[in-house]
Design a protein around this ligand. Structure first.
Ligand SMILES: NC(=O)c1ccc[n+]([C@@H]2O[C@H](COP(=O)([O-])OP(=O)(O)OC[C@H]3O[C@@H](n4cnc5c(N)ncnc54)[C@H](OP(=O)(O)O)[C@@H]3O)[C@@H](O)[C@H]2O)c1
Length: 324
């Protein structure tokens, strides 16, 4: 049995060890989960570096999301069941086996690819909340986003299609645009000259009800120009480190509202019933193929350095996961 443990905040490479015999004592209200697959998410690197909104306390068990099977539990409802581990940083999924509080487990169907299900915890939930928590969207409505080819962006496109919404997605590379078009995205634009003008032209008179910002650069300002009077812009990430900038005319004359989403806030306030319902629905959509994401590669825990290098490659194709 092995588990990746972070011993100090800062340099994940220097501060991580593969612990070969972690303590797997199962207490009351806990379960032992054998991990089937655990995704590598950008948040894992931010947590280790100390640049995230949640401060990890070391020694810290790495790995936010994953799925597995309960191999030991006092609860007959859990024993032997396939479960999703709630990504609230109270346990680490980059392990062969891990002890998890029962309240952090959601029972999911036996059907479905473990790799696809291992990615449900963070990004599909983010896409779901972005599309449901801010604006009452109806079939036929348009929404816009940047970071369109990110995992979050692709789940936004998939969920929007499922809900009958139409999407305008901005990306920074032509290859990324081609990939999204091949996946059936409605409108895809590549960042560059007169982005706002090109977005408006492609919308052909329609307006966006909602614009989503993951980039934190001028692309959100361009998308905001196409948002309807009094509409909403939601910031959920800034890969550039810049704050979202919405033009003065859009925020004052057209009264757009800028809001934020962090799933950690939702996870810490949602009831267990709400968690179960939301993740069960998302897992069902993934198991049936309504939502899916390309897998770039899988690695064993022992190859964790190779896995991390691959996960951090710019322009990488597909998600990187551990398959212990
Ligand atoms: N608020 C929340 O609760 C929440 C939840 C989930 C995720 N997030 C955040 O959402 C972001 C996306 O996560 P993910 O898992 O979807 O990421 P991902 O699949 O790894 O995709 C990363 C994306 O970032 C783009 N990118 C990287 N550097 C960039 C730059 N300097 N300028 C423009 N684009 C850049 C990449 O474009 P290329 O393909 O061209 O390289 C790619 O589209 C992350 O910042 C993550 O922390 C936030």
């Amino acid at each position: 049995m092995s588990q990746l443990i972070l011993n100090a905040i800062g340099d994940i490479e220097a501060n991580t060890e593969l612990v070969e015999a972690p303590d797997l004592t199962v207490g009351v209200g806990e379960a032992l989960v054998r991990i089937e697959a655990a995704a590598i998410n950008p948040v894992d690197f931010m947590l280790a570096a100390g640049t995230y909104g949640y401060q990890a306390q070391v020694p810290f068990a790495l790995g936010s999301e994953g799925v597995g099977r309960v191999v030991e539990s006092g609860d007959p409802e859990l024993q032997g069941r396939r479960v999703l581990i709630v990504p609230n940083y109270q346990q680490g999924t980059w392990a062969d086996e891990v002890v998890v509080k029962a309240e952090n487990l959601v029972v999911i169907p036996d059907e479905g690819d473990a790799l696809q299900l291992a990615m449900v915890g963070i990004n599909p939930l983010t896409a779901h909340l972005l599309l449901t928590e801010f604006v009452d969207l109806k079939p036929g409505d348009w929404i816009g986003q940047n970071l369109g080819n990110s995992s979050v962006g692709q789940y936004v496109i998939g969920l929007a299609k499922h809900l009958g919404l139409k999407t305008v997605s901005a990306v920074r590379r032509e290859e990324a645009a081609a990939k999204l078009r091949a996946l059936g995205a409605d409108v895809v634009v590549v960042d560059g000259e007169d982005l706002a003008g090109r977005i408006k032209q492609r919308l052909d008179g329609a307006e966006l009800k909602l614009a989503l910002d993951g980039t934190g650069d001028a692309t959100i300002g361009a998308l905001a120009q196409a948002v309807e009077f009094g509409g909403t812009v939601v910031s959920y990430s800034s890969v550039t480190g810049q704050p979202p900038v919405v033009g003065l005319g859009d925020s004052i004359y057209r009264q757009l509202t800028l809001r934020g989403l962090w799933i950690v806030n939702w996870l810490s306030t949602a009831s267990k019933a709400e968690l179960d319902k939301t993740y069960t629905e998302l897992a069902a959509m993934v198991a049936s193929g309504v939502l899916s994401l390309e897998v770039g590669a899988t690695y064993s825990l022992a190859d964790y350095r190779k896995a991390w290098d691959h996960a951090r490659e710019a322009g990488r194709d597909g998600k990187i996961l551990f398959r212990p």
